[in-house]
Design a protein around this ligand. Sequence first.
Ligand code: TXA
Ligand code: MG
Length: 315
Amino acid sequence: MQTEQLLPDQMGLARAAILLAGGDVVAIPTETVYGLAGDARNGQAVARIYAAKGRPSFNPLIVHVPDLDAARPIAQITPEAEALAEAFWPGALTLVLPLRPDSGIASLVTAGLDTIAIRVPAHPVAQALLRLTGPLAAPSANASGRISPTSAAHVLDPDGGLDGRIAAILDAGPCAVGLESTILGWPGGRATLLRPGGIPAEAIAERLGRPLALHEADPTAPNAPGQLTSHYAPNATLRLDAVDPRGDETHVAFGQPGPFSLSETGDLAQAAARLFDTLRRADREGRPIAVAPIPDHGLGAAINDRLRRASAPRD
Ligand code: TXA
Ligand code: MG
């Protein structure tokens, strides 16, 4: 299959919408990372997402809608969810909510769970597309277990990318946030951080007026989001909390300059936006990677989560 490269203009959006309506999968920009989108109501389209990514089918997908009202027929919006949606949508927050039995969402999207992960992306191109299509299931547009893509070049990367495996890509340049969305759910009734991400957990807790429960990571559980041990994996080995590089290591710096600096000034939002691209570039050096310590608050918690996964032992 030849992957069509589409501009994010009216023609490109219309072409993407036609492909999606026909059950094809299209890589789309969001403010967090590029997603691999398919019609969430079409089981065959959803099966194509899993196939293109080589993703284990027990790992459920996030459904994207243009606004809160479009989420209502799909998920039950509880009062706490309503408050968070008002505060953070559109944006980098995914809510795991009770699935409505008459949602029309293909069961492959939720992998048979009775909850659904739903999000309203802020990216103007994603917004415009969703208003042409309807709900789109979209995991990050990378092969399963690889680093998430924050540019069209990442999606099409000859080393482990999706070129030739997907119908098209809408190229809208680099993603502003650079980390996947924060995932929040209510297992056992308490607001629980399931995956740290682009909205700091502190901001969510502040909006709710109480601390979030933390998810017990179970690497084999079907509802452990993005939490397979070896995730976001570069080819090279990764050493964390490395103030200085050793031997021939490529040093990913923070708070100081360098060819692989995440942020010269120690800015966590800039570091998040650059993280995956920097890891990919460092990986191409073909040597072990050493990453400087990153403060563990705000977006730093999500950055450290991704770094721990990238450094986890592989099978
Ligand atoms: O920023 C993002 O969230 C990006 C963009 C494209 O929106 N998407 C993304 O999707 O990161 P993905 O599929 O790579 O990660 C979604 C995570 C998965 O790890 C999955 O386990 C979890 O969401 N998830 C989906 N449905 C769930 C559910 N019903 N209960 C618990 N976790 C769920
Ligand atoms: Mg992913």
